[in-house]
Design a protein around this ligand. Structure first.
Ligand SMILES: [Zn+2]
Length: 274
């Protein structure tokens, strides 16, 4: 990639400036990211106690039960993609609130620290240049940046590229999705040498079917990465079990239906949150 492509766009510089300004206007962790209420005791991750209780914090990511179906080696998500996590991610991604990553990135880092593992670098799931230009930022990149800061790891944003938009694949099977994802991601030939033998922590906002993370992991490994661990804020219920996935495909509830047995216990949540 040419050096000029690495320079932040006007939109990115704008988002960065807005983020710095927000630090002054809205000091972090005074308003809850979920309900917007002021928090009596400033919480580290910007979620008030009442909302934190309603989130299904995950002990073990449901995708872990079917790792053999994916190119990644390990997977970690903080919580189930239910009502509140969805609100937070929509605000971050669709409602132009990039500063949310300052709270959620460190929360994700804590999850990674709890799980352990040695990582060489953090790689965000990229979006296409067109998408980034339109939004002004890539939410996965912001989450990766703030998580990496806590993890004291470098962030590699120049190795993995998204060269095609993800095709629509709501009704596809796992194998069909894998085929559809072919050629969506690629590595930069000028920078990919550093991937050789690296243990990558791949960061995304939400794990829905696992197809995106799978395609990224496949691309990174083809370029020489030794292992790829996936770190997400939330995991959708879609992949919890085939029957549930079928039900969800029919009802399109977008991960709202979650069997009790798959959600984190109260204790697991408290361990992560406190
Ligand atoms: Zn709240």
């Amino acid at each position: 990639m040419a050096a000029e492509d690495q320079r932040p766009s006007a939109a990115e510089r704008g988002a960065h400036a807005a983020n710095r300004l927000l630090d002054l206007v809205f000091p972090q962790n005074i308003y809850c990211l979920c309900c917007g209420d002021t928090m009596e005791n400033s919480r580290v991750h910007g979620i008030c106690d009442k909302c934190a209780e309603k989130i299904n914090w995950l002990d073990h990511d449901p995708f872990r039960a079917s790792l053999e179906d994916f190119a990644f080696d390990h997977v970690m998500s903080c919580c189930v993609y239910g009502f509140y996590p969805r609100k937070i991610m929509h605000d971050l991604k669709l409602h132009g609130k990039p500063y949310i990553a300052r709270s959620i990135g460190p929360l994700m880092a804590e999850k990674a620290l709890m799980e352990g593992g040695d990582h060489t670098a953090v790689v965000p799931v990229p979006c296409t240049k067109a998408k980034k230009k339109k939004r002004g930022y890539n939410q996965a990149e912001l989450l990766a940046k703030y998580a990496a800061k806590e993890l004291e790891l470098p962030v590699w944003t120049d190795v993995l590229m998204k060269v095609k938009e993800t095709p629509s694949m709501r009704l596809s099977t796992g194998e069909e999705r894998r085929n559809l994802m072919q050629g969506v991601f690629s590595v930069d030939q000028n920078t990919c040498a550093k991937l050789r033998g690296a243990d990558i922590l791949l960061v995304d906002d939400v794990l829905t079917t696992g197809s995106t993370a799978d395609a990224c992991a496949r691309t990174l490994k083809d370029a020489g990465a030794k292992t790829v661990s996936v770190l997400c804020f939330a995991s959708s219920a879609r992949a919890f079990e085939p029957e549930l996935e079928r039900e969800l495909r029919l009802s399109d509830t977008d991960g709202e239906m979650v069997p009790e047995r798959y959600t984190g216990s109260e204790n697991a949540g408290n361990r992560l949150y406190n």
